[in-house]
Design a protein around this ligand. Structure first.
Ligand SMILES: [Zn+2]
Length: 465
C-alpha cells in the first residue's frame, strides 16, 4: 500500500475543471515535487489513480489559527451585558494561556485532517502563539511553529507558515497585556524566529513561509516596513498578511489616533502590493475599496467567523465589480468546510442587497463555479502561488466531488458545484490529492481515527475554567 508520503505520477479524471473549462478523460501528470507537469486528454494510458467524480483544483484556506479549534462552540453561552468580539477574545486568551507544544500539534493535526476531508488542500497558518505561557521564549524560538509544520506534514496538507509579529497593545504604543505575552516579540527577536522558521520550511515543497503583522493595533506601520526590509532574502517575494478593520472599535481607535481609517492609513504608511493579503477588511469605505482593487491585494474573507463574532458584512459585491480579488479562510475554526464559507459569503451579500447570484460576473453562469474559482485563485495568490488550477506549474492539488451522490443525479458539473455549495448534501468530497499525494481516500483520511482519538483524549483533560 502507498504511504501518505509517496507522490503519484498520474491521475485520470473523468470530468475536470481545467484552465480551458470542463474536460472529460483528463490525465494529470505530476513531477517529482508534486507540481502539475501536464494535463492532457487520454483514455488509454495506465495511471496511478482514477477519479470518476467531478474534479476541481484544491481550495486554499488562506487564514487559520489552529489553536482556536479548542474553543470552537464553547463561546455560545450568553454573558451579561453586551457580548461581542472583545468578550470572545478574553475567552480565547484563557485557552491560549494553557496550550503546550504537544497539545498544539494534536489540535492542528486533527484540524488539518478535517480540513482535507472537507476539500481544503492548503492552509495559511497565521501563527502568533510563539512563547511559553509566562512569555519566556522556548529554548528553540520556533518550537511552536515546528509543531504546526509537523502537524501539517503528518496530515499531508500544504502549509504557508505566517509567523506573526506582535509588538504592542494598541495604536498608542501601549505595552502588551498580560495575556498577550505569548505573542509578543521585538522586531529583532522576530527576525530570529523568522530565521528558524525559514530553515524549517526550506527543502520541503509542501511548506512555504510568509510574513504576518497581527494588526495595526499590534504593530506600527514603521515596524512592518522595517521588518520586511530587514528580513531580506528570508522573505523574498513572500506573502504579507495582516488583520485589518475587522471591528468598528478598531476603526474608531485608528481614526482617533491617526485621523485615518485603518485601510487608508495602512496604504498611506506602507507600500501595499499584490503580495499582500488583508484579512477581513470588513469596514471599508468606497475610497478604501478602490485602494483594495487597484493594488491587487487579496482580501481574506472568513464568513463564518465574521458572522460568529458579529464583525459585520464585507461589501464583496463591490470588490467583485471592481475586479478585486478574494479568498476564504476558516479563521476561528467554527467551520472547516470551504463550501459552507462560500455559501455564507454569497448569502450575506444577498441578504444585505436583496438580490440573488451576486458574486458571479454577468455571463459567467454558475455561481458555484465562479465562487470556487475565485477562492482558488485568491487563496493561492495569498500563499505566494501564482500559477494555480489544473494546469502545468500549479501544485498538484485535486478535489473530487462524488458525482454519484443521489442529490447530484442528472446534474451537469456546474450544477454539481452549485448543489455542493448551495444545497449542501452531506460532505460529498471523495478523494483529495495534495502535491501529488493521495491524502483522502473515499471520503476518509487514513489517519483520522488516530488523530481524533488523541484530540479527544487531549480536550477531555483540558480545563478551560
Ligand atoms: Zn484571524
Amino acid at each position: 500500500m502507498r504511504t501518505l508520503g509517496s507522490r503519484l505520477t498520474t491521475v485520470r479524471c473523468a470530468t475536470a475543471l481545467t484552465a480551458s473549462g470542463w474536460q472529460n478523460n483528463c490525465v494529470v501528470e505530476f513531477d517529482a515535487s508534486g507540481r502539475i507537469q501536464s494535463v492532457r486528454q487520454d483514455t488509454a494510458s495506465a495511471v496511478d489513480l482514477c477519479l470518476d467524480g467531478v474534479v476541481i483544483a484544491g481550495i486554499p484556506n488562506l487564514h487559520s489559527h489552529a489553536h482556536q479549534k479548542a474553543i470552537a462552540g464553547l463561546t455560545e453561552h450568553r454573558v451579561s451585558g453586551q457580548d461581542d468580539f472583545w468578550g470572545w477574545r478574553e475567552l480565547m486568551y484563557r485557552t491560549n494561556a494553557m496550550l503546550d507544544p504537544q497539545q498544539l500539534q494534536v489540535i492542528a493535526r486533527y484540524l488539518y485532517i478535517d480540513m482535507l476531508q472537507k476539500g481544503y488542500t492548503s492552509v495559511a497558518e497565521f501563527h502568533y502563539l510563539h512563547h511559553q505561557p509566562d512569555g519566556t521564549p522556548y529554548f528553540d524560538r520556533s518550537e511552536m511553529s515546528a509543531r504546526l509544520l509537523g502537524a501539517a506534514s503528518e496530515a499531508g496538507i500544504a502549509i504557508t507558515l505566517l509567523p506573526v509579529l506582535y509588538c504592542r497593545g494598541g495604536f498608542r504604543d501601549e505595552p502588551v497585556q498580560h495575556a498577550q505575552r505569548r505573542f509578543s516579540n521585538s522586531p529583532d527577536d522576530y527576525l530570529k524566529l523568522l530565521e528558524g522558521c525559514h530553515s524549517l520550511c526550506a527543502q520541503d515543497p509542501d511548506r512555504s513561509l510568509g510574513f504576518a503583522a497581527h494588526s495595526l493595533r499590534a504593530v506600527s506601520p514603521k515596524d512592518i516596513c522595517a521588518v520586511i526590509e530587514d528580513a531580506g532574502e528570508l522573505l523574498d517575494n513572500a506573502p504579507v498578511h495582516i488583520h485589518v478593520a475587522e471591528q468598528m472599535r478598531e476603526v474608531n481607535d485608528c481614526l482617533a489616533v491617526n485621523r485615518a481609517r485603518p485601510v487608508a492609513w495602512l496604504y498611506d504608511q506602507c507600500e501595499v502590493t499584490d503580495r499582500w493579503c488583508l484579512i477581513h477588511a470588513t469596514h471599508v469605505d468606497p475610497d478604501e475599496q478602490v485602494l483594495l482593487a487597484k493594488s491587487g491585494v487579496t482580501v481574506g474573507l472568513c464568513p463564518t467567523t465574521e458572522a460568529n463574532l458579529g464583525d459585520g458584512i464585507f461589501p464583496a459585491s463591490e470588490l467583485m465589480a471592481s475586479e478585486g480579488c478574494f479568498g476564504i479562510g476558516s479563521d476561528s475554526q467554527v467551520c472547516t468546510s470551504p463550501a459552507e464559507e462560500l455559501r455564507l459569503l454569497e448569502y450575506s451579500q444577498r441578504l444585505s442587497l436583496q438580490r440573488r447570484t451576486v458574486l458571479v460576473p454577468d455571463g459567467a453562469g454558475s455561481n458555484g463555479r465562479a465562487l470556487a474559482t475565485a477562492a482558488i485563485t485568491g487563496g493561492n495568490r495569498a500563499q505566494g502561488e501564482h500559477v494555480c488550477g489544473l494546469q502545468p506549474g500549479a501544485r498538484g492539488d485535486l478535489v473530487e466531488i462524488a458525482s454519484d451522490h443521489t442529490e447530484f443525479s442528472g446534474r451537469t458539473p456546474d450544477q454539481i458545484l452549485d448543489t455542493w455549495i448551495f444545497s449542501g448534501p452531506d460532505n460529498p468530497v471523495q478523494n483529495v490529492v495534495v502535491g501529488g499525494k493521495h491524502v483522502v481516500h473515499d471520503g476518509v483520511h487514513p489517519l483520522m481515527e488516530r488523530a481524533s482519538a488523541s484530540y479527544r483524549q487531549m480536550v477531555e483533560t483540558f480545563n478551560l475554567a
